[in-house]
Design a protein around this ligand. Sequence first.
Ligand code: ATP
Length: 480
Amino acid sequence: QTASSAIKGAIQLGIGYTVGNLTSKPDRDVLMQDFYVVESVFLPSEGSNLTPAHHYPDFRFKTYAPLAFRYFRELFGIKPDDYLYSLCNEPLIELSNPGASGSLFFVTSDDEFIIKTVQHKEAEFLQKLLPGYYMNLNQNPRTLLPKFYGLYCMQSGGINIRIVVMNNVLPRSMRMHFTYDLKGSTYKRRASRKEREKSNPTFKDLDFLQDMHEGLYFDTETYNALMKTLQRDCRVLESFKIMDYSLLLGIHILDHCLKEKEEDTAQNAPDAKRPGMQKVLYSTAMESIQGPGKSGDGIITENPDTMGGIPAKSHRGEKLLLFMGIIDILQSYRLMKKLEHSWKALVYDGDTVSVHRPSFYADRFLKFMNSRVFKKIQALKASPSKKRCNSIVALKATSQEIVSSISQEWKDEKRDLLTEGQSFSSLDEEALGSRHRPDLVPSTPSLFEAASLTTTISSSSLYVNEQYPHDRTTLYSNRE
Ligand code: ATP
């Protein structure tokens, strides 16, 4: 506890000093050598003519590539005053949901920035990545890749603590009913019991397949924008030989929200934003796929109530807001990973091990996102369409027509799971027999499992209602 509050204090003092110091440096274009500059200042507890006195042990504060990061913050529309205010003037809140690496996470009171402690190798990797990474950002600011706003190191008593400042993907002011960390792998990708016991657990791929087996639905334009952004991002990551990243996905159910609103007023909400505070560009999920201030037909434009979430629907038709970003990209494909993969591959089916070569990783990640997680809304028949049938024979024919069309959709979706010469029914057997491919578990639909059909007889006519694909069958008529 003491260490954490000392880290917070040192971060605030260090960043306060370095950002303040930068304002005296004239604006100029970023040069290649700016990426490799490291500025260092000593902050003794009794203070010096450059630095204030403080209650923590003496420490040294290093700022990596200060001019380059200043330029990037500008690129994202963050004014120096806002950056200073968010990080240094309000308390930093420690997140109690750290990942397996043991990193500490802090979020600023206004919800804009996340501070993560990183290992030496990760900090080194980010430094190397900077020129190419920001060349990509410059060309294309529509991205779900993490936005890095600063890289710093605190040294005290022989200990180095390196931190990155980046965008916060999950605003605390919006309650996330479900949070997932998705890698597109199914091997050991279920949240631990300890994680599940937390008040806001982060679930994983297998949990998603179980809870949301129908996926999440978007209108065509939003879906295309999202998939295009993810594809471009994965290609960038692949080009840097980066893998093992995740899509952090927060799901807010709007209908739940209405019920909860009165009970839950602002319990977890961050402090109100400072009046007149500049809005941070590109930091919301919607802006990340859509670009700032644009609204294509069919894409719902951002408004304060959505907090930059992407509108979507569940297969039950519930309205959702999705918050997402790619995280944890600083683990380069190093020798350790290669070794880890080769021995794991001997023991398990190599395809499902989460450590794999970058292009395979990117392809599997994308395939999972576009076939299992995100779907176009036309696949979801939100309002059942009625087809009139005047006889039992016509009713049967219509039912079969609907079933076979949905069954075809299902097959198209699953076709890429088949290996050469394999039949659809063998997918079931494989799913039952396989310990390595739990992604195959949703079974091959039999005729009536492919669609949910409701028939009703009304004034001596028969109707067939098409409902959600893949739901269990409800086939009944109220007079037969
Ligand atoms: P692991 O080694 O398990 O991958 P890690 O320590 O490297 O873990 P991350 O995977 O980067 O940590 O993140 C752990 C958790 O912290 C995430 O599941 C998420 O809940 C939260 N988190 C990380 N980055 C962000 C971010 N930019 N915005 C909001 N929450 C974040």
